[in-house]
Ligand binder design. Structure first.
Ligand code: TRP
Length: 330
């Protein structure tokens, strides 16, 4: 039997190239080896997003984005967290096995408290219970679907470890393997994708290239990549240039070698290097962009896919809750 891979996708609006190479592609690669269950974590997003239109739009963008990037909904169970009410049953039951101290130690909560303390504000100012109990909800997301591995970024490892602790506390109490204990699969081998200014690509730095930018915008953004003042004729070190690092993500090994030789040989200016990057990026991104636009134009189709996913997901979730309730004497 195949092992189960599960991950939650926070609907944070527009996806960028860093998300694609850092999270989406590696998670989709896992779907060959694992039975995959990937969901849109919309209740998690509610903790921070209170504008209904913004949230609804983010959910749609992210769902369409993953589908356009190659998520195959007949192979992956793809659903919205909010379509699985069992999440809340399990989450409530897990609360009974989660010490408050564990939540006090969660990075996101600790960071909020520290920021408040530094401002001499009430330590819990602006902290809602959704943020405080976030790790329990995430543990429920994971445990509900018998997850073996959870592909996440480094910042989420602590949350997966908390899910492990909580599942183990339940199993220990009932002296039986009621809940499957998950492992984090940190996606480390993935290169950091540089942004327009050379720092890591991130929405918060304002240096991101949107994954589905229209061709014209894509070109304009690439032309805006910050470069040094080396003249056209000067030989250039490809590995020291974020233009080349980005090019590598889109080009074949032969293409990379050929272009690296042109960098080193001198006679190629940054404008031309950017033009080469644009060509390679646009070649890979055009079919994705077209699929994305098609999904965005047909929200009913998107909703139907997610609904179908939820229909496949719910019996699995119900079985976990039933097993736990029986063990608990409820
Ligand atoms: N907390 C994750 C993030 O911020 C999203 C998430 C929610 C998640 N539930 C999950 C990830 C379950 C993995 C498994 O990115």
């Amino acid at each position: 039997m195949k092992k189960i891979s599960l991950t939650g996708i926070k609907p944070t609006g527009i996806l960028h190239i860093g998300n694609y190479f850092g999270a989406i592609k590696p998670a989709l690669e896992l779907t060959r080896e694992y039975e995959a269950r990937y969901f849109i974590a919309d209740y998690h997003a509610l903790n921070i997003m209170k504008d209904p239109e913004e949230l609804a739009d983010s959910i749609r963008q992210v769902a369409a984005g993953w589908l356009a990037a190659g998520l195959n909904p007949s192979q992956v169970i793809f659903y919205r967290q909010s379509s699985i009410p069992e999440t809340f049953e399990l989450s409530t039951m897990l609360m009974a096995f989660t010490s408050k101290g564990l939540m006090n130690r969660a990075h996101a909560y600790k960071a909020a408290v520290q920021a408040n303390t530094e401002k001499n504000a009430d330590p819990d100012a602006g902290v809602n219970m959704g943020l405080f109990t976030y790790p329990v909800l995430m543990a429920a997301d994971i445990i509900l679907f018998d997850s073996d591995v959870v592909p996440v970024g480094r910042d989420q490892v602590q949350h997966v470890e908390m899910a492990q602790d909580i599942a183990q506390a339940v199993n220990f109490n009932y002296k039986s393997e009621i809940l499957r204990v998950p492992q984090a699969a940190v996606q480390d081998s993935v290169a950091v994708v540089p942004g327009l200014d050379g720092r890591k690509m991130s929405k918060s730095y304002g240096n991101a290239i949107p994954l589905f930018a229209p061709e014209k915008e894509l070109r304009k953004l690439i032309m805006r990549i910050v470069t040094n003042s080396q003249a056209v004729e000067e030989p250039k070190d490809p590995e020291a240039s974020q233009i080349f690092l980005l090019y590598k993500l889109f080009a074949s090994a032969e293409e990379q070698q050929a272009l690296a030789a042109r960098y080193r040989g001198g006679g190629m200016g940054w404008g031309e290097a950017k033009e080469e990057l644009f060509r390679a990026a646009n070649r890979e991104l055009t079919p994705l962009r077209q699929r994305f636009e098609a999904f965005m134009a047909e929200p009913e189709k998107l909703d139907a896919i997610l609904k179908q996913g939820a229909e496949r997901a719910r019996p699995i979730a119900a079985a976990t809750v039933a097993r736990f309730r029986k063990a608990a004497g409820i």
